[in-house]
Write a protein of this length. Sequence first.
Length: 269
Amino acid sequence: MRLIASDLDGTILHPDETISPRTVRAFAAARAAGIHVVFVTGRPFRWLSPVQRALGHLGTVICSNGALVYDLEGERILGSHQVPGPAVGEVRRRIQTLEPAATFAAETLSGLLLEPGFIDAEEASRLPVMAEAPFDVGRLEAEGVVKLLAKTSRYDAEAFQTLVEPEVADLVSVTHSAPGVSLLEMSHPGVNKAVTLAEYALELGVTAAEVIAFGDMPNDVQMLAWAGRGYAMESGHALAKAAAGRTTASLQDDGVAQVIERLLSGEPL
């Protein structure tokens, strides 16, 4: 294996925003052995401070479910796939027809814009500072939308996606990754973690068969299926496990570190 691709939240990143010392050591050992490491996350590039604290400026990170590639060391955007402004407005209109109670947010190249009511006071107290503003398609188009978010309390995430996806699939790709929250994440059609990871691997001269990937949620499905060896967390979503075909121990038991240690020791995977 020449490239390790790992999701963050629920895979190596704990709810308290820490990465275990064992996992940090495993990634450091992999890099020392000449293996490329790339993190592939649904997070915006502005929310990578836990990675920086634990691992330093660790090269390139694929963010926003593949919609944006970020140079962590140079702190600059290397590329992005944006949802066209008119599509953003039309997706919102279609979802509101299906679920009038839905609220929306948009992650842009400039920041995260939230409709009033998208998050409650408790969420606001623990999330980075974000601006509430009316859903202005013109502003969003000017800033460049890389991920559109829709939230409801009337359906669980699976049911909400089942309701929405057939109606908007011509305009955006749809997934979800937040445990216990009915939050849909929508990006440019055809963009997902696997697509951008494949582009990144190609630049390095690495084939899919030489990639080992880790993840835990539906937004990891395509990446886990594409990689030569995909591992879902034991604590992960059933769809991730089915796509990977392999599981490793839970986040709490350093499942990713366990596999990397076996890889570096030459043990069978």
